[in-house]
Design a protein. Structure first.
Length: 472
């Protein structure tokens, strides 16, 4: 297993920012997602004067546990829903706040693989029982999917294991090519690429950078995952006792300015304009949002390019409240079914056994699949999703009592679900994304190579807080 955590950053979580003679500073933090909360928390603990600006009436950003319109006690995750066991920073904060963790089952061999009108168990497909509809070559049918994947992963893993410095060169080779092209160049037929894309629930993301996928695999981020029992929103909420008097809720940032002496953030709240002045600022806003904010003292050319061009992936989730967890009668507890239907992925909750009810993620889609769902009305989403789920679980509609949906590309405070590099964007944009602009520092999952994960947001926040804290 390759380590993904800096010991220095873990030390900040456990012991606070380093003690020193650096003077206290006034710091503005833009956004109360997990990156903003972490940065603010550590800076306040180190004696700095921090103000957090948040456009919404809640904290957490894309950590969002959906509790309404469901019955009391029921919930599911609209955003971040799992924590890899290797993500030591996230787990350290969960331990600090004594948050209860339980296993999150990412793969369940009992779940369904539904394609071309056929339904088989995922475990059967993993073991080589591929539906005849896939026109695989004879040699491809002789190997399981996991064997074929391991054949192309093993050489890279061995290269890095023998020479850890080779990591950068391996990623450099992969970041300029799409995953689809990488698999085809590795000898996979188009049918096998389609099969793998469906099986992994990633068919709509195959044109993203291969490095985004292979990095996660080599880091083993999906083999052992956890979740916060009772809802992931407990993590951002745990920061509130310390930060509540430092957060200005319902306050939208509409312009940024700075000079040699400090920063000025122009805000709007209930129609009233105001200016917040500080020595430094940490901007945790997604670039999809920052794109629409005026910058009076323009950022550098490469930063502006990164803000314009960084790709944000769409994601849509559709939820059903069910009076009975009908999937459990089919032997499914946790994990996800994958399909070629519009719903794409169905995630099964592992709810408290004290109630028969449950909230099913009836659809979790990415990319253009998610955008198409977003073009429908809420009711159209629910009706069509129910029709799709009925194909996988015949008779299920009699158990469904209500539903909801979240379209992240339509969220004005997110502008997408997560940053996800397209080919060449890592080499072209990453340095500019993380680079400070005068007195403005940047954090958030997009400001880390660990896109999509809470860990990436925390890592970037700690680096920004550490840099400002150390500034003379």
């Amino acid at each position: 297993m390759i380590s993904v955590t800096s010991p220095d950053l873990l030390s900040i979580v456990q012991n606070g920012l380093p003690q020193g003679s650096c003077p206290p500073k006034r710091v503005a933090v833009l956004g109360a997602g997990i990156a903003g909360l972490v940065a603010a928390s550590e800076l306040i603990a180190a004696g700095h004067d921090v103000t957090v600006l948040e456009a919404q009436p809640r904290v957490g950003g894309r950590i969002r546990t959906l509790r309404t319109p469901f019955s009391p006690g029921l919930y599911n995750e609209a955003g971040a829903m799992r924590i890899p066991a290797q993500h030591a920073l996230t787990l350290a904060y969960a331990a600090r706040f004594d948050l209860p963790l339980r296993p999150f089952l990412s793969f369940n061999p009992r779940a369904w693989f539904y394609t071309h009108g056929q339904r088989v168990r995922l475990g059967q497909v993993l073991n080589g029982e591929v539906p005849a509809a896939f026109p695989l070559r004879e040699d491809e049918r002789a190997q399981t999917l996991s064997q074929r994947w391991e054949d192309i992963m093993a050489p890279m893993r061995e290269e890095i294991s023998a020479r850890p410095a080779a990591w950068d060169s391996v990623m450099e080779r992969l970041q300029g090519i799409s995953l689809r092209s990488f698999l085809r160049q590795s000898g996979w037929s188009e049918a096998t690429v389609e099969l793998w894309g469906l099986f992994a629930g990633m068919e709509s993301l195959l044109f993203a950078s291969a490095a985004e996928f292979v990095r996660e695999y080599l880091w083993e981020l999906r083999t052992n995952t956890l979740t916060i029992d009772g809802g992931m929103d407990q993590l951002p909420m745990a920061f509130l006792p310390q930060l509540v008097n430092h957060i200005h809720f319902n306050t939208r940032v509409h312009a940024l300015d700075q000079d040699a002496d400090g920063v000025r953030i122009l805000t709007t709240s209930l129609g009233c304009n105001a200016v917040l002045e500080a020595d430094y600022a940490i901007c945790t806003l997604p670039f999809s949002v920052l794109r629409h904010i005026e910058v009076h003292n323009p950022f550098s050319w490469d930063k502006r390019k990164a803000i314009r061009n960084l790709h944000y992936e769409s994601a849509t989730r559709i939820f059903f409240e069910c009076r009975e967890r009908f999937w459990e009668t089919e032997g499914i507890r946790g994990g996800a079914s994958v399909t070629d239907l519009a719903i794409r992925n169905v995630f099964y909750p592992e709810h408290d056994a004290r109630t028969a009810r449950g909230v099913l993620i009836a659809s979790y889609s990415h990319g253009q699949d998610a955008q198409r769902w977003g073009s429908l009305t809420e009711m159209e989403r629910l009706v069509q999703a129910m029709e799709n789920v009925e194909e996988i679980h015949p008779g299920c509609r009699r158990h469904i009592t209500g539903g909801a949906s979240v379209v992240w590309s339509q969220d004005p405070h997110a502008g997408g679900a997560y940053a996800f590099f397209q080919p060449h964007q890592e080499e072209e944009l990453h340095r500019a994304i993380v680079k400070p602009e005068g007195r403005y520092y940047f954090a958030g999952e997009h400001a880390s190579i660990q896109h999509r994960w809470i860990e990436g947001a925390i890592e970037s926040a700690l680096r920004a807080a550490e840099a400002i804290h150390a500034h003379p």
